[in-house]
Unconditional design. Structure first.
Length: 193
């Protein structure tokens, strides 16, 4: 099991297609205008790539604050985009890859290209009792546990898996494959939202 902090933000999918960055909510709402600094920081995302994350507002101590996020624009404080998964990388559907492989792809192929306010929500590596104690000591919300061998579509809370293209077929490498995966991702998020 891999543990990550519960961030108390808005789930979002960021993707770049045809050189344009898109930032969409779980309910498929356009977040690009609301969070332009995040979109700007995603500019060097590889083309035809889809990443999963969460838009989060931080308080004065750097802790996630859902009330600040709801009042973004009228309340002070930074907004960041925490990335925790990759679904498509340069037209390659990686949703069937295990969580650990997705993290490796994020760390090597995606995150080095991105700037603040994009951050990595890395798995926390410590015994569970120590993690729980640290979360409580720092006044954080909670932890989320995910199986290290889980598929991308199964890792997101409340989401149901949709079928993904057969990786052995040539259709998974065509220009339409990322768009299909993005549509599939939107369909997944609409069911959950």
């Amino acid at each position: 099991m891999a543990a990550q902090l519960k961030l108390n933000g808005y789930r979002a999918i960021a993707f770049k297609s045809g050189g344009k960055i898109h930032l969409r909510s779980r309910n498929n709402k356009d977040f690009a205008r609301r969070y332009p600094a995040v979109v700007k920081a995603l500019a060097r995302l590889p083309d035809e790539t889809v990443i999963d994350g969460e838009v989060v507002a931080l308080d004065e101590q750097g802790r996630p604050s859902f009330s600040r996020l709801q009042n973004y624009g009228s309340a002070a404080g930074p907004v960041v985009f925490f990335v925790f998964d990759v679904m498509v990388l340069a037209r390659r559907d990686v949703m069937a890859e295990p969580l650990s492989a997705g993290h490796a792809l994020l760390e090597k192929k995606i995150l080095p290209n991105l700037t603040e306010p994009v951050r990595y929500s890395a798995p926390l590596e410590a015994p569970l009792p120590d993690l729980i104690a640290a979360v409580k000591a720092h006044g954080l919300e909670d932890l989320v546990s995910k199986r290290c061998d889980s598929r991308a579509c199964a890792r997101a809370p409340g989401r149901k898996c949709a079928s993904t293209p057969d990786r052995s077929s040539s259709s998974a490498n065509t220009p339409s494959a990322p768009a299909a995966s993005m549509r599939s991702s939107s369909a997944i998020t609409r069911r959950a939202g």
